[in-house]
Design a protein around this ligand. Sequence first.
Ligand SMILES: [Zn+2]
Length: 390
Amino acid sequence: MRARRLLLAVFLMAALLPGPGRAGTRLAALALSQEEGATHLSFELPAGAGHRLFTLEHPDRVVLDLTGAASPSEAVPPPVGLVRSVRIAPHSATVLRIVLELARPATPHATRVALADGRARLELVISGTAAAPPRVRELAPEPTRALVVAVDAGHGGDDPGAIGRRGTREKDVTLAVAKALAARIDREPGMRAVLTRDGDYFVKLFDRIQKARDDHADLFVSVHADAVGDRSVSGASVYVLSTHGASSVQARMLAEHENAADLLAGPAFKDKDPVLRTVLLDVAQTQAMSSSRLAAQRVLHALDEVGDVRHSAIQAAGFAVLKSPGIPSMLVETAYITNPDEERELGSSAYQTRLAEAILAGLRSYFHDYPPLDTRLVAQGDSEHTARLR
Ligand SMILES: [Zn+2]
């Protein structure tokens, strides 16, 4: 009994601490010094934290975006050397940003040294040598494009999808969530949504995929609500195309559509040797599949924070709507319309909004770490990251 009370007290204390500031995730051992013509910044990162380094101009700044890290409890060191000021503040719900304003242009170089328990020390050396550093402009240089997300509201028109005991129709829920998601995507800088349907009408699966392709979508998200005979079953699931489905689709595409290659890589691809074409198609599909899995993982994680998740792992299936060659795709079963509690939630605009926000959070997290080249997100990023993507 006493042990339980103690446990409760510990839990309450943990809950009362400000969320992002839990001791275990704070930056520690911050030091800023000037040695041999270079300015050194070092600090300890908590286990699992990620970093991204880039520079900005007007004024010259070195920026470190950290994920999985919270502001240090200790004071920020006073500026020295090339560094004119140091700011540390949350940049978004998931990113802690360190901005070092510089007295003049300089080249930053970061080294990550592994410490015990998965922690790491990040050592940043900023040298003011004459060598021109590869610079990233704050305003994205042209040409860049917005990142496009195709948002697919499942069912519609004559096809109501699943219907709950209280009469809630899947096609209405999917449209409401899809519209809420698209509106939020459009508000994100550098992102744009395309809806495969924006009203209550029927759209063939192939036309949904074709629309995504015509709009050069970087990602395809199909929104659905699940149904099953057992009314106690609840929770969200996220599906990606299974390997088996992918390979059979690929085989069928090669057989049925001579222009299958065009769909993936454009006309330059057409003259290639048939064997090479098959290989390239396979590569494009495999890359899209691994991207699908990475993106789906982030969305599933975000949905887990909103409500119940049926499967804690990504599910693989051969849904026709997921078979967009070259476009990473996922199908989100938001909840069970056959479950009385979830049916009620699915019908409420508050819950629809929360689902949309969770899916967006997952997409944002995915695109932050894996921005497609040539998009504004990459232009804002660092060269080290871009190099890794190539
Ligand atoms: Zn459905």
